[in-house]
Design a protein around this ligand. Sequence first.
Ligand code: PEP
Ligand code: MG
Length: 594
Amino acid sequence: MKNRQAKDEPGQSRGERAFDGIAVGAGIALGVVHRHSSRAMVQVRERRITQAKVRTEQHRVLEAAADAVGRIEVLQNRAKRMAGAAGEEVGYLLEAYQQMLSGSRLVRGVQKRIATDRINAEAAVMKEIGLMAEAFAAIEDQYLAARMADIREVGRRLVESLGKAESTGLEDLPANAVIVADELSPADTALLDPKRVAGLATILGGVESHTAIVARSLGLPAVVAPPELLNAVENGDEIIIDGTAGRVIVNPGAASLAKYKKRRAAFLRSQQSLKKLKTVPAVTRDGVRIHLHANMELPNEIAGVLNAGAEGIGLFRSEFMFMNRPDLPSEEEQFEELSRVVKKMNGRPVTVRTLDVGADKLGEAVGLTPGPNPALGLRAIRFSLKRRKLLLTQLSAILRASAFGPVRILLPMVCMVEEIKQVRRALARVIATLKRKGVRISDPPPPLGIMIEIPGAALAADALAAESDFFALGTNDLTQYTLAIDRSDEQVAYLYNPLHPAVLRLIQFTAEAASAAGIPVSVCGEMAGDERMTPVLLGFGITELSMNPASLPRVKKRILDLNLASISGQVRRMTAESDPQRLKAFVDTLYHAS
Ligand code: PEP
Ligand code: MG
């Protein structure tokens, strides 16, 4: 990086500035700012199409317009609940949007342009919007200028409904880019090329938000920063992300640069030394064998999983197969992807979780209209059980992949025994069909387990255990739902505390219920990758942890240094504690115990 002495001087607006935020991805990044706005007009790529494709593209526009109208209807319902004139005003505006989308000049214009210019629907929308903007710009009228903003908004919605923007501007990044954004959707994060991205700073999101999870799994230093950061940076500015301490430094002076280069080197050295543990089994000093698995959210993480020495994949979040595309993946596509991972794992188990959509995850991509409270609405297994075809397709793909190595099926957000029974019936049906067709699957078929991530499920763990082959504790959602704190809302991030006595008791209760029923239980929330929590989880009798691969060596090191028998009594006493501060002190003591 260039050295900009002049920027060191205090009081200069472009001088060094530091911002403290929340650390969400460990490590130090030194790079250049690339601002990204998820709310800006989407960018699309123009593609030439053949004459034969014209009708298909025109049809896509009609479908997208209908979809966009449907989504605006949802907003209209919300507007009706708004108080007084505001609701009315918004209502009129939304109605105008709907009119623009229903067989309007815009939609007709786009269809015509697809045929005359022979270009894809997304590009045709952008061209039409551009032309309308030119026409409006020629008229000096404030009212019409405001209407132009509306037309752009309608265009943006149309492109979104066409199956998400083809380009988010994140594909062609400069080397060493540090993305500074209001927020990154999980789909945006999935597009990032870790070779070009050095780190992330987003304004929205919390430690367990999906963006943070993906950042960690890609090994990117990341911070959730205060909003002022967005106004303080320009593209190309030098920036440091200290993802361990949660600090962002813009336009660093020479002293800061030197200090952070040293810190980065030390961080990389410690990562290197942990790598030596790759083939060492995770056994406590008193001989208890712990199984360390990896969580996977993107297909390109498999190398990281293998490099970390994971004994299996404890959580394969299947959502990525549904991201950044206008349609649903076919059974064949899912089978290809899953069997590739199963083969690469070479005999080590792969736990595939069925689609976990809803709330912050992928809702729009699968045509899920958010209800009044998406976190408590139609999501995860509830959604799959309503969309039977989607569930059967996914089960069939997973079963076929099981022919290539050990696979386990995991259901998200289960809270009732009946949900498991319904999936078992669906599974039996798919198995029968595959057998009839002579398609190979594992014998016996894969075990069926459930995520315990709803407080009610944890409290009913004994009943659920009777129908489940294994449990996976999703402590991210378990914490969110127990404490009523949205895990992606930075305004309440300070209250998000997996160490809250209520959360710890639910984990303990679940572990005991699993042990009584004789089924395995693992932890696959972010807590599993936090080595400070390792003694507590092991003290509860948990012997399988699944985490982002980058955390695995640190957790293993902690296990190797731990004498479990000597802390078990303390962990038992700990669960009788109800004061969060004293609990934290307990955890600190256990962390340093050996
Ligand atoms: C969890 O909730 O802890 C979990 C592992 O699932 P996800 O983070 O994908 O919601
Ligand atoms: Mg979850």
